[in-house]
Design a protein around this ligand. Structure first.
Ligand code: ARG
Ligand code: ZN
Length: 854
């Protein structure tokens, strides 16, 4: 069944209050719910309470047990006709959390009991109107065996605790803030706490707790620091204060995605909480900081102001990603954070936007909402907010966000409400800009600069096209903000940075006072999520790669320089690579540059990004060309790589930005050094692997070795396995490193790893580490034989029976068949058809696979 945005209707019944009583046990949990229900508006429709796999053992209305004829089930939902306008409804159901392999609803993970409700998991716990515009006050009682489950947590504030007969105990929690049921959570288990506190701007003290298994306690310090930094940042930057007396975070090992912002009780995938130098890379540290912030920021952008319906998902996710990106930038380097975020956007969202699953940030329809937690909703959604912030400027953007929070506090709002608040609070007309919410597809902008030496002027002609996407053959022009500067090549200076608004299909801008032709710097800071094509020469790009004062534009010029060479090589031309090597040398030897920025800039575009630049992707030619250029860069700049690698070796570990930057550059140097084919390359990598006192250098060395076939490769993999086989998160890296390896036998290796005794489909992190990583390894996954496609399809089919949501996430890589040669396309389609032919296939995988074939 397809759900449509246009069909939205306000709820028939409201539930101002709900009391839940959980008698917890992994094998058999009893859930009693008491709902106060009130009729919403003038209608005679029955009460409909969603349910998924639930059997009502008792149904009461106003204290009277109903006969079986007085209610019925319809598509899992409990239907009760009611005569009055307000009633008390009681239901009783039984659950088996330990057999819940979907990890939605109430489930067991590593001895804990925990919940995940967003988007539609609450209906797997109790009968309830499972939609975000029904807001209720929750009172939650839990009882459980005290020895196995000494800690009992739920949303809001703890009210009381009591010991019960038979070694059981109970706890009562109350959440004073009305919330939709997707924000409900409870956790029961044997947990240790990293306890701390935070004093808010109005002087209230909040108790903070990060709850993990006892042995993991030493790995929670970074998450706690991130939490306190986030709380302070949201007060300072958005004026938003925390509102309960306690804020708890729990880490669980089995989780379908990153984390969840349940009111006052965030539940996290343990990979976004646990970090120490021995097991976490700098990227992991940054991931912890960013996700802790993201979930905390949801307390306002998501919880206090929630979504009216799931078509508005980007209202909370796009805005919250924008907020966490800016927080992380403030904690570290703005330049490097922007480069990283754009790299993710291009790798994940641009691919989505140009394929069969393209959808606007506010979709019009869906079959399964879990499939819409996408890079488009999250990352493009964040870019759309970022464009508004840019057009408004900091002060007016803050006025708009203040108005939005004040106006909609306690409400379930829409994307339109957000835009309207920005328009009013920020005093701007966003009429045409709203198309970013309506139209899918990445806009292409052609920017041509022409110089008139007589008039001493330049004309910049901008032309935009928005490609057709499924269901949207014709597009209207978008409002595209492009930060632009014109550089004088003689002085290396530019005359200011202008925000040009491209609103027409074609538009020209004239600039005067240019005796010589300037060099164009456009979409600076990546001011709009578009693809820009220019007529800039390699010399222009080399100039910008050395002189542009916008760090993103400087990085971009370097990347474009590399892309041009590589695409030329792939097309069989003998394109000159001297400019690339010179630019890398200049960057490496410029003492003014931040090492982290240098490391980002000198890295070659990924094989997948090169594929995105081609109409028909040729994975083998891309790999060969990129590999050859890497070898050449490695060899020609050898003294520099050796020097940098030696100089960036730290004496003692630190997680400061400077130390992270040094490691990033050291790893980049090692990578080129080994790629050069130097005889001693593998030994140097093995040395780094063995001597490193941190995972960032250890894993980078392992990854570099994994691309080759040296004896050091096998030795390092064995050492790594033996050292970390008892630590699931770190063992994931062992699987992932091999799945990512640019190795000719990668397919066979992944196949064997799928049979390894430590591989399991029950843990989503493990599945993503192996099959998710492999599907992102373009050269390996797109092996001409099609064996890579079969491997991923086998995994999807097997996993769908256990965990459809995580299985569906593996489908999109198979859906990109239009971008490949006929042979590969046919092989990819055949796997999609084989998946669709499976009996009992989930709605999740059915939606993704069938749309992928269209
Ligand atoms: N709201 C969570 C977050 O982004 C993610 C929930 C994902 N839910 C899902 N069904 N995929 O912070
Ligand atoms: Zn989120």
């Amino acid at each position: 069944a397809v759900i449509r945005r246009a069909d939205y209707r306000a709820p028939d019944w409201l539930i101002p209050d709900i009391a839940l009583d959980f008698d917890l046990d992994p094998a058999l949990t009893r859930v009693e719910a008491t709902l106060s229900v009130t009729r919403n508006g003038d209608h005679d429709r029955p009460l409909r309470l969603d349910g998924d796999g639930l059997v009502p053992l008792a149904v009461k209305v106003d204290g009277r047990t109903l006969e079986e004829a007085e209610w019925h089930l319809e598509a899992g939902a409990l239907i009760i006709p009611l005569s009055g306008d307000s009633h008390r409804i009681e239901t009783l159901v039984e659950l088996a959390p330990q057999s819940n392999s979907k990890l939605m609803g109430l489930y067991a993970s590593g001895g804990l009991l925990c919940t995940q409700c967003e988007a539609e998991g609450f209906r797997r716990i109790t009968f309830f109107p499972d939609r975000p515009d029904v807001l209720s006050r929750y009172s939650v009682r839990m009882s459980a065996d005290k020895a196995r489950f000494p800690i009992l947590l739920a949303n809001g504030d703890p009210i009381e605790q009591a010991d019960l007969p038979d070694g059981r105990h109970s706890a009562l929690w109350n959440d004073p803030f009305p919330k939709p049921c997707y924000l409900f959570a409870l956790v029961a288990g044997d947990l240790a706490c990293n306890a701390d506190s935070f004093v808010t701007m109005s002087g209230r003290e909040v108790q903070l707790g990060i709850w993990v298994k006892e042995a993991d306690l030493p790995r929670t310090a970074h998450a706690m620091k991130a939490l306190k930094d986030s709380m302070a940042w949201d007060e300072r930057v958005y004026g938003r204060e925390y509102d309960l007396d306690v804020f708890n975070i729990v880490a669980v090992a089995d989780f379908n995605f990153g984390a969840m912002e349940n009111k006052g009780l965030n539940i996290f995938n343990s990979r976004y909480i646990l970090a120490d130098p021995e097991t976490a890379t700098d990227i992991d540290y940054d991931g912890v900081e960013g996700v802790v912030a993201h979930e905390y920021f949801h307390n306002w952008s998501g919880n206090r102001v929630t979504c009216r319906d799931w078509f508005q998902l980007s209202l909370k996710e796009g805005f919250t990603v924008f907020r966490d990106q800016n927080f992380s930038a403030d904690m570290g380097s703005h330049a490097v954070k922007r480069i990283e975020d754009v790299r993710i956007l291009r790798a994940a969202q641009f691919q989505e936007d140009s394929g069969p699953l393209a959808h606007p940030i506010r979709p019009e329809s869906y079959m399964e909402i879990s499939n819409f937690y996408t890079a488009t909703i999250y990352n493009k959604g964040a870019e759309v907010i970022r464009m508004m912030a840019l057009m408004l400027g900091a002060e007016r953007f803050r006025a708009g966000s203040d108005l939005y929070f004040d106006r909609h506090d306690g409400e379930a709002a829409t994307c339109e409400d957000f835009v309207a608040a920005m328009e009013e609070g920020g005093q701007i007309d966003l009429g045409q800009f709203r198309r970013w919410y309506e139209q899918a597809g990445t806009p292409h902008v052609r920017a041509l600069l022409s110089h008139d030496p007589v008039a001493q002027s330049v004309e910049l002609t901008l032309e935009q096209t928005v490609p057709a996407t499924p269901g949207q053959p014709d597009k209207q022009p978008m409002a595209i903000p492009l930060r632009t500067a014109l550089f004088d090549p003689a002085t290396g200076q530019h005359h200011g940075d202008e925000l040009l608004m491209l609103t027409e299909p074609k538009q020209s801008f004239t600039f005067t006072g240019f005796a010589a032709a300037p060099v164009l710097s456009i979409n600076r800071g990546f001011s709009a999520p578009v693809i820009v094509e220019t007529n800039r020469s390699q010399a222009d790009l080399a100039f910008l790669s050395a002189h542009d004062d916008d760090p993103f534009a400087r990085y971009e010029a370097m990347q474009q320089l590399m892309v041009n060479v590589l695409i030329g090589r792939i097309a069989g031309q003998d394109t000159d690579d001297g400019a690339v090597i010179d630019a890398i040398r200049n960057t490496l030897t410029d003492p003014a540059l931040d090492p982290a920025f240098v490391a980002e800039t000198i890295r070659l575009p990924s094989e997948a990004y090169l594929g995105d630049q081609m109409k028909i992707v040729d994975p083998d030619a891309i790999h060969a060309a990129r590999d050859a250029l890497q070898t050449k860069i490695g060899a020609e700049l050898m003294p520099l790589w050796r020097d940098i690698h030696a100089k960036t070796k730290a004496n003692a570990f630190s997680i400061s930005s400077a130390a992270k930057g040094a490691r990033k550059l050291r790893n980049a140097a090692l990578h080129y050094l080994v790629a050069s084919g130097a005889q001693d390359g593998p030994a140097i990598a093995f040395g780094q692997f063995s001597e490193a006192d941190n995972m960032t250098e250890r894993q980078a060395a392992l990854g570099t070795l994994a691309n080759g076939s040296s004896p050091e490769r096998e030795a390092a993999l064995d050492i790594f396995y033996n050292r970390y086989s008892a630590d699931a998160l770190t063992l994931d890296k062992w699987f992932q490193t091999q799945a990512f390896a640019l190795h000719p036998d990668a397919v066979e290796q992944v196949q064997a790893l799928g049979q390894h005794k430590d591989f399991t489909l029950a843990n989503p992190n493990r599945v993503r580490s192996l099959y998710g990583a492999f599907a992102g390894n373009q050269w390996a996954f797109h092996h001409g034989s099609g064996k890579g496609y079969a491997l991923v399809a086998d995994c999807i089919i097997a996993l769908d029976k256990l965990n459809p949501q995580t299985a569906a996430r593996l489908v999109p890589p198979l859906g990109r068949w239009k971008r490949f040669d006929e042979g590969r396309a046919a092989l990819m389609r055949a796997q999609l058809q084989r998946i669709l032919a499976q009996p009992g296939l989930s709605k999740d995988v059915t939606e993704q696979a069938s749309k992928s074939l269209e």
